[in-house]
Write a protein that binds this ligand. Structure first.
Ligand code: SF4
Length: 191
């Protein structure tokens, strides 16, 4: 697998916000979202065993496999190895690729491409403005999920960000089955 970076931090977004986790960022993505702020292209080849050896010294057993799009590379071998070592495996995906069996928690953030996953644990939709409302409701009706999150898109314009946040809050108040997800790692300035 081509790995962009491995680091230890707190989960900044979604259901597990605040949870200590080791992040395994796999390189590359099949989409090109205009708001993508993740530098995921660079990387080096690592075997499943090398990845496990790298993360084992960290005290957490919550592993977040992210990207890019992890579904392009994630192998049964890595999932089985991490489970054998006691890890809870969370995958963050755009949902356009099938994933190995047995992942403990799938967080799906659909973008502008069809989602092929039939089950996810958490649907986390990025809100870019009022045009996102239809996408939110469409995602909810087509992708079964136990937890629904809406996350304000971060733009370079502070005024626009304030508008987007206010619209997200209004949306959650009107649709309380959704909850607000904030990119708390950016607010707290942690990696
Ligand atoms: S799916 Fe995610 S990683 Fe891929 S381009 Fe879009 S925002 Fe970036």
């Amino acid at each position: 697998m081509r790995v962009n970076e491995i680091f230890y931090s707190l989960q900044g977004e979604g259901f597990f916000t605040g949870t200590a986790a080791v992040f395994i960022r796999l390189s590359g993505c099949n989409l090109r979202c205009s708001f993508c702020d993740t530098d995921h292209e660079a990387g080096c080849e690592m075997s499943a065993q090398e990845i496990a050896d790298t993360i084992l010294p960290y005290p957490t057993r919550h592993a977040v496999i992210t990207g890019g799009e992890p579904g392009l590379q994630l192998s049964d071998r890595l999932v089985n190895l991490l489970h054998s070592l006691g890890y809870f495996i969370q995958v963050e995906t755009n949902g356009t690729r099938e994933l190995p069996e047995g992942i403990d928690w799938i967080t799906c953030s659909p973008k502008y491409a069809p989602v092929v996953l039939r089950r996810v644990d958490e649907l986390k939709v990025v809100y870019e403005g009022k045009q996102s409302l239809a996408a939110l409701m469409a995602a909810k009706s087509t992708i079964p999920a136990k937890h629904l999150s809406v996350q304000p898109c971060h733009t370079p314009d502070p005024e626009r960000n304030a508008e987007i946040l206010a619209e997200c809050i209004d949306f959650v108040k009107a649709n309380p089955e959704w909850r607000l997800s904030l990119q708390t790692h950016k607010l707290l300035n942690i990696p």
